[in-house]
Design a protein around this ligand. Sequence first.
Ligand code: NAP
Length: 337
Amino acid sequence: MIRVGVNGYGVIGKRVAHAITLQDDMKLVGITKTKPDFNALTAVNKRHPIYYVVPENVDLFKQHEIEVSGKLEDLLQEVDVIIDATPKNVGIFNKPLYEKAGVKAIFEGGEKADVAQCSFNTYCNYNEALNKDFIRVVSCNTTGLARTIGPLTKLGKLGKIRVVLIRRAADPVESKKGPINAIVPEFKVPSHHGPDLKTVLPGIDIVSVAVVVPTTIMHLHTVMIEVDGSFTRDDVIETFRKIPRIKLIDSNEGFASTAEIMEYARSLGRYMGDLYEIPVWKDTINIKDGELYYMQAVHQEAVVIPENIDAIRAIMGAEQDGEKSRKITDKSLGIDD
Ligand code: NAP
């Protein structure tokens, strides 16, 4: 049994913690909370042992009758690997604690790539992460792009890749974030997403730009790739069809927007109504004048959860074959093979 802790129990941390409890080869030792809020109640309801990170807040937990099992450093004594799901750029400050405790760590996409020995995506570079001490699961947007572009690199030679990312403004729980009535360009052009994808797919030529729009449920990517004529639209569809973590959808089935996708996702009965797969609109897949086009969406809260579980097996060297890990993870999460 791989003993796992989760530091940071927010949008990503709570989902990874839940997914760990579904694995036969892993045990969730505990999670951390800075304060006794509704997420702490979720952890109580799910019987996850809670460890504190802010000593001054221990009394607050007592006042709310929430039992704590110790501090983060105590949790680190009990685990083989810690998932650092703290907010963007906080994980780097936790790294010395992990080093001191001799614990392996998996960081998330909000950390810079150099926090870890390698960035990680199951389909792109599982083997590179085997037996490392520190790895980083790339962000939701990068994972989404890696899921589709990774397999396409094996289908044929890709030329320049251009991606326009239409980003959700906030997660549904983030009541204080905006915009609520504006479209905000990301003024760093090209955006960081292209270079981030190269951390797991180093051979590609990619440029990306992004805008933020007033929605909370999903990102949407428009992907344009120069191709050399060695494969057809049908080959692309067949490639995507064979990948369980991609879901081909069609506007003719009523998937007219991200709203219908998430309504469908909620009907699947998964934890938090999550959609782990990348939906790609089949009807947007087209090759014209030497360029492949398609559009895909990303359920940002959920897409990295399968990769986090695979990352645990990889960093522990518990499964040498990424495809075997993927199958185990997918079965546990209800992703059809
Ligand atoms: P989040 O919802 O804000 O959750 C982070 C949690 O970390 C908070 O709930 C907070 O818990 C806790 N925390 C804050 N400071 C801490 C500290 N010093 N030590 C331990 N815990 C601390 O953030 P998130 O969206 O889950 O993001 C986590 C990571 O995943 C980031 O790197 C992010 O970029 C990445 N990511 C996010 C998404 C997404 O769409 N949300 C998608 C993919 C990747 P308390 O409530 O106890 O204060």
